[in-house]
Design a protein around this ligand. Structure first.
Ligand code: MIC
Ligand code: SF4
Length: 657
């Protein structure tokens, strides 16, 4: 039987375990990426491991999330990250150079390599044929120190793309279509591999849009073959030498296959407030919109923005719409500036934002109350825009620009009729304008030994978890529903600047569920912690969807949360919980969820014993009126990490023999 692309790469990188779906495996990581919002913790933890120079082929630290600079925190972070990178042999992409995923694709990604990134959209690299996986910062720190990355050997879902995208239909519509089929839950443990004649016709940036938003499916990663398209892209980036062909075998067998005929695809939208709430743009057209934002790591490539510029040229954005465009990288922005496209955007009334995450992570551009905001991003979780009750729709750049011109959600296929606009097909340039002057090279060993690391006062080393005890007494601090995202647990936006100071950031854990005039989650948790009562979180399906932010485990840990009991828990978040010594438990019988109330007290009498040797644990209500069984789906390594009080202690213990 032939091999899939995924298994070919896994095979070449396997260090521990057997390549069979469901088995725990350890793989070698060739490249890592970190960004500023997860990076400070990742590097602080990296320093705590005691490692000096990174042992990967290449590690890059990006500044792209936190750039607004209200107060000293952001700049303190930037200086710390710049100086620690130089010392540790890490490349550093400075603020303004672009979004990590876009820049990594342009300047560093390499087919057939493995990439681990402390950002859930790391799978963008799958567009260039690399196995690119998102993880918590602690896991990335271990990989930088040369340790393997552990994961469940995935099942492979083949997505066969046939046909060809019609004019005005975009790569974004492909992934939105797939989200309508697979939804955001229930896909843990899969890799999506695209193949077929339709896939062959897509350019690298189009592929990267698809693999990027594959993160919303909750899969381990998504990947395309490395072929002529990849060669063309890398050559245009003056990196022809990084190219190597890699495809699945002709007779590769997938665990499941889904077919999408690109000829039949139409413009799609993810409606509020989930990336899987999909409708065709036709179904929602006519809805007035007051804001259109084009950018983010999903849709801000040169081709995307050139198409937008060409449609805007000689026209003007509707006067009831605020339209902003954030080019994904300095390379893209430079090229738009040099070829005049930027001027077309400006003349059309678009606001140009700097190359970074910006509005996608709630750093400004929050919409007014009750208005429809159209975004080319990948996430529209409730409140992520920074506005409570927001109505954010996720669309392609084609749909976004059409709607910016008309002031209503508009199917871009109607543009020729409405505005006489022909579809501007954008070819990949033969040569991108390359300027790596904002990427700092790591220092030589001699220079590194002398270099000073700058640590502003807002950068605080996080506390280590306390060891778990055999007998645990806990109280349910919150009972939440299904699809709780890490944005619910740990809001970003204006709180993002607190990422390097856990005790401050922890004050806003579950902020969206806090009620005015009542004690906050954090206050209630700290009260319990003082009484040595563990905090328990109870949740429905797909707990911890979305971002890789380990603060969604680190901050609850700081507040004394020791156990999460949910119907199911998403991959990255589950790993983060374990890394920070919070026990992830899944209901053996989901009906037991209904029998639990916030404030209930429970006990576990044999927690350590169960973690050591059992797949189950008995959880008993303190008054003895009810008990239920929780599943412990843990690998041997997970168990050891929990018993060692978290990954940092575990890694130190291992290093000391
Ligand atoms: C996001 O899109 O939510 C983020 C911000 O990029 C996160 C990382 C973070 O919270 O810092 C992600 O996707 O992992
Ligand atoms: Fe940045 Fe948004 Fe991409 Fe996250 S999804 S990396 S916040 S642009």
């Amino acid at each position: 039987m032939g091999q899939t692309l995924t298994y070919k790469i896994l095979n070449k990188h396997l260090i521990e375990g057997k390549l069979a779906a469901g088995e725990q495996i350890g793989i070698r990581i060739d490249q890592t990426l970190t960004q500023d919002a997860t990076g400070t913790t990742a590097f602080l933890l990296y320093e705590s491991i005691g490692a000096a120079k990174v042992k990967t082929d290449l590690s890059v630290s990006y500044i792209d999330h936190n750039m607004a600079g209200f107060g000293p925190e952001n700049h303190n972070d930037h200086l710390y990250l710049q100086t620690i990178a130089a010392k540790c042999g890490v490349y550093h992409s400075r603020a303004g150079n672009g979004i990590c995923h876009q820049v990594h694709l342009e300047r560093f990604g390499r087919p057939a390599a493995t990439l681990l990134g402390s950002d859930s959209h790391t799978p963008t690299g799958g567009g260039i044929g690399m196995l690119a996986i998102g993880a918590g910062g602690m896991d990335v720190a271990v990989a930088m120190a040369g340790g393997p990355f552990y994961l469940k050997c995935p099942k492979v879902l083949g997505v066969k793309l046939s046909g060809q995208l019609n004019d005005w239909v975009a790569a974004k519509d492909v992934i939105l279509k797939l989200l309508s089929i697979l939804t955001t839950k229930g896909n843990v443990g899969w890799v999506v591999e695209y193949f077929g004649s339709g896939a062959e016709r897509l350019s690298v940036p189009q592929r990267a849009t698809i693999t990027n938003m594959g993160a919303e499916l909750g899969v381990t990663t998504s990947i395309f073959a490395s072929d002529e398209q990849t060669k063309k892209f890398l050559s245009a980036q003056k990196r022809r030498d990084d190219y190597q062909p890699l495809t699945a075998d002709e007779d590769a067998e997938y665990d499941r296959v889904i077919e999408i005929n690109l000829d039949e695809l139409e413009p799609m939208a993810a409606c509020p407030s989930s990336p899987d709430n999909i409708k065709s743009v036709g179904e929602i057209s006519g809805l007035e919109t007051a804001q259109v934002v084009i950018g983010s790591c999903t849709n801000s490539s040169f081709a995307d923005l050139m198409m937008v510029a060409k449609v805007l040229k000689g026209r003007h954005v509707n006067n009831m719409v605020e339209c902003a465009i954030a080019p994904g990288s300095r390379e893209v922005l430079n090229m738009l500036a040099q070829n005049g496209a930027l001027a077309d955007m400006l003349s059309a009334g678009a606001r140009i934002l700097e190359s970074g995450c910006g509005p996608c992570i709630g750093q400004g551009f929050s919409p007014a109350n009750d208005v429809v905001s159209l975004r080319t991003f990948n996430r529209n979780f409730a409140g992520r825009t920074g506005t409570k009750g927001d109505k954010a729709y996720l669309v392609s750049p084609e749909t976004a620009v059409a709607s910016a011109l008309t002031g209503k959600i508009t199917d871009p296929c109607d543009l020729p009729e409405l505005l006489g606009s022909e579809y501007p097909k954008i070819e990949l340039p033969n040569e991108f304008v390359i300027d790596d002057s904002m990427i700092e090279q790591p220092l030589s060993d001699d220079e590194a030994a002398k270099a000073e690391v700058l640590r502003g006062p807002t950068i605080v080393v996080p506390e280590s978890p306390a060891p778990l005890q055999q007998k645990l007494t806990g109280q349910v601090l919150i009972k939440c529903g299904q699809k709780i995202t890490t944005d619910h647990i740990m809001p970003a936006g204006t709180f993002l600047k607190l990422r390097s100071n856990v005790s401050e950031y922890a004050k806003v854990v579950f902020n969206c569920f806090n009620e005015e005039g009542k004690p906050t989650f954090a206050e209630r948790a700290l009260q319990l912690k003082e009484k040595a009562i563990a905090g328990l979180i109870v949740a429905g399906e797909s707990y911890g969807q979305g971002s890789s932010r380990e603060h969604a485990a680190l901050c609850p840990m700081y507040l004394g949360v020791r156990v999460v009991i949910a119907k199911s828990i998403e991959r990255i978040h589950k790993a983060n919980l374990i890394n920070f010594c919070i026990v992830p438990i899944e209901f053996a019988d989901p009906a037991d969820y209904d029998k639990i109330e916030c404030g209930d007290e429970f006990r576990i009498d044999n927690l350590l014993e169960a973690i050591r040797a059992s797949d189950e644990v008995k959880i008993v209500k303190a008054d003895g009126s009810f008990e239920f069984v929780g599943k412990l789906e843990l690998s041997e390594r997970d168990r050891e990490i929990l018993l060692s009080a978290g990954l940092l202690n575990y890694t130190r213990k291992k290093a000391n023999g």
